[in-house]
Design a binder for this molecule. Structure first.
Ligand code: FAD
Length: 501
């Protein structure tokens, strides 16, 4: 044993600007994982408030909550959450078509060729079952059923009230030692020599100094943009919707375990059932639809009494050129925004926080850490961007100027390659850590009307009876499992029923 005491490193002072979902997810995760090695101070302004939307999530949120040691049933009750098995897309391929993008897997892959090749071979030999019939999550969603299955065999996420999620995390973070300061940030003070952020100065003159600053101030991007001017990549030419209106309505039926994305002639509308109410919103392109017309359209297509004033939002789709710059990291809407078509925003918050924890330097910040963070985070955003563009580009809709513009637009090379490969060969490959796996791409490409011209020759090797046994066996397995599942609404009230709001 050495008798030399290692030097005490002063705890890193982390300042979180903003207390929306991003701010409180960050504060909760940092206090829980970093313990005494950091102090976490969060500044938020009740007068400014949060964006007030964000209800549909994707499966990795389960991992985030588990890392934080959150009890699922407690969390669901506190956030009025329901289970989500995927998204039903209505009117995307054509105005009267509908398809499902479900979580989980479809069928069973061969190491050399995904299940879709065997399904396509089956179709060529007269099997008429839909690709959907081989996906457990999809068939359960259609039947309105849900249960936890052994070995996490059913992949799911949550439909939740993100304001309540923020409140839930706040309690955790404060319990773990985070300090909350209520007040409006009036000014960001930069260090005259280094150009780093030195402190946030509040309206009342209070100065909140720190070593590392997380910009969670939402669309305002007070630190990363207004103070550090990193610049913004505008992706509106690929994703032309630039406005949304949200309202909440009373539930008129038991909650289904899926989100709906209903296309209209200048965008789309969401419907997300929670335990105590339903979240609705219209996303649209202001070039083709006025705000008044959008509101009329939204209110004309909701079920149940409207509970809230319409929340009108404008946005520019895109990403900050640098997500981490100097001693400031943008998390949440401050880092960029893509429409919630595939429920990816809260996920990007989670990715940024976990990435930051992985890259947290022991001493001074390394330029390599910053570069790595930016590369990984921007790659995530670009891959999600491509997946969203797919929904607009590959469609048979030509019934409005909006859809004609989408069909005619140029797309990123990365997406053109994915579409071309699938169209010609039925193949899809997941790149590195890409969020959306093969099954997601296949479901959406088939759903949007893209049918491969050929498929892998290995599927042709199977004799008729063997192929039939393989396909029927998988489908019957799905049917038998779904038959045994309880109704989603009953399961929710038993497992995590919330007190009435
Ligand atoms: P905000 O909620 O805006 O929080 C910003 C915080 O900064 C607030 O606390 C505010 O008070 C504070 N602040 C700002 N300025 C100051 C100041 N000067 N001084 C002090 N404090 C300040 N995501 C999903 O994953 N699923 C969805 O279904 C989904 N739907 C969406 C629908 C729409 C129309 C939009 C616009 C977004 C949607 N999102 C969705 C995204 C999701 O809402 C956000 O990612 C999430 O709520 C995080 O927001 P935030 O914390 O970054 O920003």
């Amino acid at each position: 044993m050495s008798d030399v005491t290692p030097p005490r490193i002063a705890p890193r002072r982390i300042v979180v600007a903003g207390g929306g979902t991003a701010g409180w997810m960050a504060a909760a995760a940092l206090t829980r994982t970093l313990g005494r090695t950091a102090t976490v101070t969060l500044v938020e302004s009740d007068a400014i408030g949060t964006v007030g939307v964000g209800e549909s999530t994707i499966p990795p949120l389960i991992t985030f909550n588990r890392l934080l040691g959150i009890n699922e049933a407690e969390f669901m009750a506190a956030t009025q959450a329901t289970f989500k098995l995927g998204i039903q897309f209505d009117g995307w391929k054509g105005p009267n078509d509908s398809y499902f993008h479900a979580f989980g897997l479809t069928g069973k892959d061969h190491w050399a060729a995904g299940f879709q090749h065997f399904w396509l071979e089956g179709r060529a030999r007269g099997h008429d079952r839909s690709y959907d019939d081989y996906c457990l999550e999809l068939m359960a969603a259609r039947e309105g059923k849900f249960a936890h299955l052994p070995d996490d065999r059913m992949s799911y996420a949550y439909q939740l009230d993100s304001t309540l999620y923020g409140r839930f995390l706040r309690k955790m973070a404060e319990g773990d030692g985070a300090t909350r300061i209520e007040g409006r940030i009036a000014r960001v003070e930069l260090d005259g020599e280094s150009g780093d952020i030195a402190a946030l100065v509040l309206d009342d003159g209070q100065r909140v100094a720190g070593d590392l600053f997380l910009d969670c101030t939402g669309f305002r991007a007070l630190l990363i943009e207004q103070a550090l001017h990193v610049g913004y990549d505008d992706w509106t030419h690929w994703l032309p919707c630039d406005a949304a209106i949200a309202v909440q309505t009373e539930s008129v039926r038991p909650p289904v375990p899926y989100t709906r994305a209903m296309a209209h002639d200048a965008g789309w509308q969401w419907r997300i059932p929670l335990q105590h109410r339903v979240g609705n919103g219209i996303v649209y392109c202001s070039r083709y639809l006025t705000q008044d017309a959008a509101l009329d359209r939204l209110l004309g297509n909701v079920e149940g009494a409207v509970l809230t004033e319409p929340n009108r939002l404008r946005f520019v789709t895109g990403a900050r050129r640098k997500q981490w710059h100097r001693n400031c990291i943008a998390i949440g809407l401050a880092g960029g925004f893509m429409e919630p078509l595939e429920s990816t925003s809260i996920h990007l918050i989670q990715r940024a926080i976990l990435r930051l924890i992985r890259l947290l330097p022991p001493g001074p910040i390394s330029a390599h850490d910053i570069a790595e963070f930016n590369d990984q985070q921007l790659t995530d955003m670009e891959q999600i961007r491509d997946f969203l563009i797919l929904h607009y580009k590959v469609t048979e809709r030509r019934d409005s100027a909006f859809w004609r513009q989408c069909a005619a637009m140029d797309i990123p090379d990365s997406l053109a390659q994915k579409i071309g490969l699938f169209r010609e060969t039925g193949r899809v490959f997941r790149r590195n850590d890409e969020l959306f796996a093969e099954n997601s791409w296949i479901q959406v490409m088939l759903g949007q009307g893209l049918t491969p011209l050929t498929h892998h020759p290995i599927a042709a090797k199977l004799p008729d009876d063997e192929l039939a046994r393989f396909l029927d066996g998988l489908r019957q397995g799905v049917e038998a499992t779904v038959r045994g599942l309880p109704q989603h609404a009953a399961y929710v009230s038993r497992y995590c029923g919330a007190a009435p709001a």
